[in-house]
Write a protein that binds this ligand. Structure first.
Ligand code: SF4
Length: 690
C-alpha cells in the first residue's frame, strides 16, 4: 500500500491516541514502529502498534457525503457542493434565529492548530458563543481543581521521567496499565497504591509491588482522601514547615477532615482504616513520592472537590513542587492538555485565557483584528450544549470535529433525540462513526500520519506531529475544511497551513498562562524539549512548575475545604447496583477507530459487564450470558464477565461500544457545579437477563 510518498521514507511522529503521545516512526506505506522518546522509550501499546492499519482502512471516508433529508441515504457529493451547502445553511439559520443558532463541538484529540482555529472560527466567522468540546467529559474537573489549588492547570507539572526514581506512587482512579501501558515503565521502582473499585491490571501491579489496592465504593473517593488526611494529621505526618511556607487554608480544610477519622471514613467508603494509615505512613516516610489522579477521581458530580481532596492530602504531606515528589493528573486524550488551552472550550480564549476577562478579550481580539466587544461568550458546556440542540432557544445546527458524541456523551439516548431535532448536523471525521452516520453532511478528513501540526502531551510538552503520507484523494485536513468554510462565509483570516496557524496561536497565547510564544516549529524540529510556559524564542521552556512558587499572586497553593457529597444518583430497590464505566487495553474512547482494527476487535469484540459472581447469580445470570443493564435513563446490552474481585455492589462497563451496547445509554448527565463534567463513574442500575 502506497499513499503518495516514497515507501521507505520514515517520519518521526507520535501516536494518534492517548496523552502519553508515544514516539512513533511511520513510513510511506503507513507501517508503524516504536521510536525512542522519553514517555515510551521505544515501546508502544497494542493500540499504537496497530494504528497504521486505519490509514487505508476499507471503511475510510474519502468523499464528502450529503443527504437530501433525514429519511434519505447519504450520497457522495463534491467538496464545493458540500461546503457551499453548509455555509449557506449556516447563514440562513443564523439570519433566522441569531448567531447562537450554530454550535461547534471540538475534541481533545485535535492538534493545537485545529483547536485554535476552531475556536477562532466559532467566535469570528460564526459569531457564536456555542462552542465546547469532548474534553469537558474527561479532564475538566482536574483542570478546575488544579487552577483552584495551584493557579495553573498543567496535568503533570513535571516530566514523566521524574517518576522513574519514585519510591511511592498513589494512583487515584487511574488504570494506566491498560490506558497507557508504557507509563508503567516509569513506575517500576515504586511501591504503588491504587484507588479503584475494580481489581484492574494496575491494581494487580500495586499488589505485586508490595503496595495496596484500596477499593472504595464508587463515588466515595473524597471520603477516603479525608480519612487519609485525618490519619496524616493525627499520626504526625503533616509537613508543618511546608504548610506554613507554601500554602494557605489548612485550618479550614482540617475543620472538615477532623470529622472524618479513618474508622468513620471506612464506614462510608469501605476501605479499611488500617490501610489508610498504612498508605499515609508510606507516603510520609518516603523521600520521593507522588499522588496522581485520573478519570476515576474526576468523572463525578463532585469531581472538582474529589480531586481537591487528593490535592489537599498531597499538600499536607508537602509533595507539590518538591524535587522528586509531586501531585499530577494523568490527562487522557491525545491533546487533552493543548486541547483545553487554545480556545475550543466555551469559557476560554487561546493561552488558557478566560473569555470573561476584558484584558484577555482585548489581547486576542487584537491578534484576530476584531473589536473585543464582538467576541461572544462564554457559552454552554458540552453536556448543556448538546441538551439544548434543536430546542426553541437552542442551536439549530451543529458542526462536529473529531468527536463521536453518540457514543461518548452521557445519556446517549437523549443526545440522539437532540441530534435528530437539528436542522443541520455536519460531522468531519475519518471513519463512519456513529455520529458521522447520523449527519446531514459528512466531511472526510486526514488522519494523524497525513498531516502536520503540534500536540501537547500530559507533561505540557509541545510535540511535532509530522506527515508521512499524503491523504487519500478526496480527503482534506480539518484546517482546510475550516478555512474553506470561512472563505465561503466571506470571512478572511483563516489560513489552512499548520505552521501559519501555529504562529498565530503563538501570538494569541503570548502573555497567557499557557504561553507558547517562544515555541516554534524550527525549535521543535531541532529536537528541543519545550514545555509551556515558553514566553520567548530563547526561553528553555518549563519542564517543572511550582519549584519556587505556585501561580497564585501570593505564590502559595490554596487548600480548599471540601466535604463528602453523595453521588447524584444512589441505588434503590429498583436499581440496586452502582455502575461505573471506563476503558480497556485494546480500545480507545468511543472505539470508532479501534473497533475497526481487526487485531484489537478480535480481542474485545463486544461490550461486557463485569459483575461479582454472587451478584450475577442473584440476577439469574452466569458468565457469558447477555445481560441488560438498566438505569432510569436507558438500557445497555453487554455480555456478563464474572469477576470475583469486584465489589458485589458494583458493576463495570467499558464505554467503547455503540448502539444498544453503549454504556452511556445508562450513565447520568448530572454535572459538577464548577467544571460541568458529567458523572460517568456512578449511576444506579439493575441487571436482567437479555
Ligand atoms: Fe499510543 Fe497511548 Fe498506547 Fe502510547 S500508550 S502507544 S500514546 S495509545
Amino acid at each position: 500500500m502506497t499513499l503518495g510518498v516514497a515507501p521507505a521514507t520514515r517520519v518521526a511522529t507520535h501516536c494518534p491516541y492517548c496523552a502519553l503521545q508515544c514516539g512513533q516512526w511511520v513510513d510511506g506505506r503507513g507501517d508503524v514502529d516504536g521510536r525512542q522518546f522519553p514517555t515510551n522509550r521505544g515501546g508502544l501499546c497494542q493500540k499504537g502498534w496497530t494504528s497504521g492499519s486505519l490509514l487505508a482502512h476499507p471503511e475510510r471516508l474519502t468523499t464528502p457525503l450529503m443527504r437530501a433529508a433525514r429519511s434519505e441515504p447519504l450520497q457522495p457529493v463534491g467538496w464545493d457542493g458540500a461546503l457551499g451547502h453548509v455555509a449557506r445553511r449556516l447563514r440562513e439559520l443564523q439570519a433566522e434565529h441569531g448567531p447562537d443558532a450554530v454550535a461547534v463541538f471540538g475534541a481533545g484529540g485535535l492538534t493545537n492548530e485545529k483547536a485554535y482555529l476552531l475556536g477562532k472560527f466559532a467566535r469570528v466567522a460564526l459569531g457564536t458563543s456555542q462552542i465546547d468540546y469532548n474534553g469537558r467529559f474527561c479532564m475538566s474537573s482536574a483542570a478546575a481543581a488544579g487552577n483552584r489549588a495551584f493557579g495553573v492547570d498543567r496535568g503533570l507539572p513535571f516530566p514523566v521521567t521524574d517518576l522513574d526514581e519514585a519510591e511511592v506512587v498513589l494512583l487515584a482512579g487511574a488504570n494506566v496499565a491498560e490506558t497507557m501501558p508504557p507509563l508503567m515503565g516509569h513506575l517500576t521502582n515504586a511501591r504503588l497504591v491504587v484507588v479503584d473499585p475494580r481489581r484492574t491490571p494496575t491494581a494487580e501491579r500495586a499488589l505485586a509491588s508490595g503496595g495496596l489496592h484500596l477499593q472504595p465504593v464508587p463515588g466515595t473517593d473524597l471520603v477516603l482522601a479525608l480519612g487519609m488526611l485525618h490519619a496524616a494529621v493525627v499520626d504526625g505526618h503533616v509537613d508543618g514547615d511546608y504548610l506554613a511556607g507554601r500554602t494557605t487554608g489548612f485550618d479550614d480544610v482540617w475543620r472538615i477532615a477532623q470529622q472524618w477519622w479513618p474508622e468513620r471514613a471506612e464506614r462510608v467508603c469501605g476501605v479499611p482504616a488500617a490501610d489508610m494509615r498504612t498508605v499515609v505512613g508510606w507516603l510520609a516516610g518516603a523521600s520521593r513520592r507522588y499522588v496522581l489522579t485520573a478519570r476515576g477521581a474526576e468523572q463525578h458530580a463532585h469531581g472538582v472537590d474529589t480531586v481537591t481532596s487528593w490535592i489537599n492530602l498531597a499538600l499536607a504531606l508537602g509533595l507539590p513542587g518538591r524535587p522528586g515528589s509531586g501531585f499530577g493528573t494523568v490527562t487522557g486524550q491525545g491533546n487533552g492538555q493543548g486541547g483545553r488551552e487554545h480556545g475550543q472550550k466555551s469559557d476560554q480564549l487561546p493561552g488558557y485565557r478566560s473569555i470573561s476577562d476584558p484584558a484577555a478579550r482585548a489581547h486576542v481580539a487584537g491578534v484576530w483584528g476584531v473589536d473585543p466587544d464582538s467576541l461572544p461568550g462564554p457559552g454552554r458546556s458540552a453536556t448543556e450544549l448538546l441538551a439544548g440542540l434543536g430546542r426553541r432557544d437552542g442551536p439549530k445546527a451543529l458542526l462536529v470535529f473529531g468527536s463521536n458524541v453518540l457514543v461518548s456523551a452521557p445519556h446517549t439516548n437523549a443526545v440522539a433525540e437532540r441530534l435528530a431535532a437539528l436542522d443541520l448536523l455536519v460531522v468531519a471525521d475519518v471513519l463512519p462513526g456513529e455520529t458521522a452516520m447520523a449527519a446531514d453532511v459528512v466531511l472526510p478528513v486526514a488522519q494523524w500520519a497525513e498531516e502536520e501540526g503540534t500536540m501537547t502531551n500530559l507533561e505540557g510538552r509541545v510535540l511535532r506531529r509530522r506527515r508521512a503520507l499524503r491523504p487519500p484523494d478526496g480527503v482534506r485536513t480539518d484546517l482546510e475544511v475550516i478555512a474553506g468554510l470561512a472563505d465561503r462565509l466571506g470571512v478572511a483570516g483563516f489560513p489552512a497551513d499548520p505552521r501559519a496557524v501555529f504562529d498565530e496561536l503563538r501570538a494569541a497565547s503570548a502573555g497567557g498562562i499557557a504561553d507558547y510564544s517562544g515555541i516554534t516549529y524550527d525549535r521543535l524540529d531541532a529536537g528541543e524539549a519545550l514545555h509551556w510556559p515558553c514566553p520567548a524564542p530563547d526561553h528553555p521552556g518549563t519542564p517543572r512548575l511550582f519549584t519556587d512558587r505556585f501561580a497564585h499572586p501570593d505564590g502559595r497553593a490554596r487548600m480548599v475545604p471540601v466535604d463528602h457529597t453523595p453521588s447524584a444518583e444512589l441505588p434503590d430497590a429498583e436499581h440496586p447496583l452502582r455502575a461505573t464505566t471506563g476503558r480497556v487495553l485494546v480500545h480507545y474512547q468511543s472505539g470508532a477507530q479501534t473497533r475497526r482494527v481487526a487485531e484489537l476487535a478480535g480481542i474485545v469484540p463486544e461490550a461486557f459487564v463485569e459483575v461479582h459472581p454472587d451478584t450475577a447469580a442473584r440476577a439469574g445470570l452466569a458468565d457469558g450470558d447477555w445481560a441488560r443493564v438498566v438505569s432510569r435513563r436507558g438500557t445497555a446490552q453487554a455480555r456478563v464477565r464474572c469477576v470475583p474481585s469486584l465489589r458485589p455492589d458494583t458493576v463495570f462497563l467499558p464505554f467503547h461500544f455503540g448502539a444498544e451496547q453503549a454504556a452511556n445509554r445508562v450513565t447520568n448527565p448530572a454535572l459538577d457545579p464548577v467544571s460541568r463534567m458529567p458523572e460517568f463513574k456512578v449511576c444506579a442500575v439493575r441487571l436482567e437477563p437479555a
